[in-house]
Write a protein that binds this ligand. Structure first.
Ligand code: NAP
Ligand code: GDD
Length: 345
């Protein structure tokens, strides 16, 4: 395969790190878009031992000039826009910022590609949060969108702009509507990593209790390292299209906690209800989990679960790692990090 020059925004994030690793392993050149205050946040790239192999560019979604400059000067073969303020809950605290960065920032990229590098193949990181309060389940590429957060609304704007630049300007502009994907590199504010990190700390006597929101919320969780393969397949496909990447299965937060607790050597037993619910270790009585309403969100009335049939059929992509295997990968990584005092967030 020809060696490509690939620009990845959000290079310091979970997906940016895994994607960069795959691209470098494939012999491609990786240009990593970094905002000024990302400096010092290379821990994921260091963990994958690729931090030194990336050519960094200053690129901030809030700064149109930095986007134009990066694209005009490098004219990449492919551009993956993974940068975003990606924490859904926090988007209610900064709705204007999220609209600008996640929404308008994508438009800036599309405009710069159209003007300075129209041969660049573009990937936009769309999300199952576009479906938000979904009306049908499972959700596919043709399901109606109904976002329920500033993050979801900003990502919908970016999604529609990408589709419009494809259909109106003829750019090779694609989207992946990705359901949740996790890994040992996941940010610690997201629920799976919050759980694996806390239970590793509790097992090692460095934390008492884990506080969570809705224990019965469900998610369709896959392994991030496999989802970045899907991104590349979308971009290298014959036609520019939109694809759902998902496992097609959901699990509750409660089930994930039970699975990780077992790995940490606990036997969790639930008692109480609603805000008073607690998870206790059957043998010692230690309170492992407590509900904290601060982390509550609106519960989806209809399950968010993806239908990845189009990706399977047209790209040959499937999610392979089961949730218990993913939980084990994550817990082991956090247990090692806590044991060696090398935790990052
Ligand atoms: P992540 O770990 O939160 O990484 C986000 C990246 O965006 C970080 O590198 C961050 O840089 C960068 N960033 C934030 N604001 C920026 C700005 N103003 N300018 C430039 N860069 C900025 O997210 P992820 O889990 O890797 O997800 C990657 C993308 O997929 C995101 O767009 C997310 O919304 C989307 N997505 C994720 C999932 C999932 O389950 N992971 C599912 C669907 C869609 P700093 O290091 O400086 O903060
Ligand atoms: N974060 C968090 N913290 N979530 C909790 C907690 C808690 O203490 N307790 C329960 N949850 C529930 C949330 O209510 C939600 O239903 C679920 O756990 C998952 O929350 P997150 O892990 O924060 O992920 P998310 O689904 O909101 O968003 C992630 O996936 C999206 C794709 O669907 C992010 O990666 C988004 O960027 C991405 O678009």
């Amino acid at each position: 395969m020809t060696k490509k020059k690939v620009l990845v925004t959000g290079i310091t994030g979970q997906d940016g790190a895994y994607l960069a690793k795959n691209l470098l392993d494939g012999g491609h050149t990786v240009l990593g878009g970094l905002r000024r205050n990302s400096e010092g946040k290379h821990h994921r790239l260091k963990e994958l031992r690729i931090a030194e192999r990336i050519n960094y560019l200053e690129l901030d979604l809030m700064d149109q000039e930095s986007i134009i400059r990066s694209i005009k000067e490098t004219r990449p073969d492919e551009l993956y826009n993974l940068a975003a303020q990606s924490f859904v809950h926090a988007s209610w605290n900064c709705p204007a910022y999220v609209s600008q960065a996640d929404g308008l920032g994508t438009l800036y990229i599309l405009e710069a590609i159209r003007t300075h590098s129209p041969e660049t193949r573009f990937y936009q990181a769309s999300t199952s949060e576009l479906f938000g309060n979904a009306q049908v389940s499972p959700q596919s590429e043709t399901t109606q969108f109904n976002p329920r957060s500033p993050y979801g609304v900003a990502k919908l704007y970016a999604h529609w702009m990408t589709k419009n630049y494809r259909e109106f300007h003829g750019l090779f502009a694609t989207t992946g509507i990705l359901f949740n994907h996790e890994s040992p590199l996941r940010g610690s504010q997201f629920v799976t990593r919050k759980i694996t990190l806390a239970l590793a700390r509790i097992a090692l006597g460095q934390q008492q209790t884990l506080e969570l929101g809705n224990l019965d919320a469900q998610r369709d969780w896959g392994y991030a390292a496999e989802y970045v393969d899907g991104m590349t397949s979308i971009v290298r496909n014959g036609t520019a299209e939109d694809y759902v990447l998902a496992t097609g299965k959901t699990h509750t937060i409660r089930a994930f906690v039970e699975c990780v607790s077992k790995m940490a050597g606990f036997e969790i037993e639930w008692s109480g209800q609603g805000e008073a619910e607690e998870g206790l270790d059957r043998r010692t009585g230690q309170k492992l989990v407590r509900v904290n309403p601060e982390f509550f969100r609106e519960t989806e009335k209809i399950q968010l679960v993806g239908n990845p049939a189009k990706a399977r059929r047209e790209l040959g992509w499937t999610s392979r790692t089961s949730l218990p295997d993913l939980a084990e990968l994550m817990f082991k990584a956090d247990y090692d990090r806590v044991s060696t005092n090398s935790v990052y967030f």
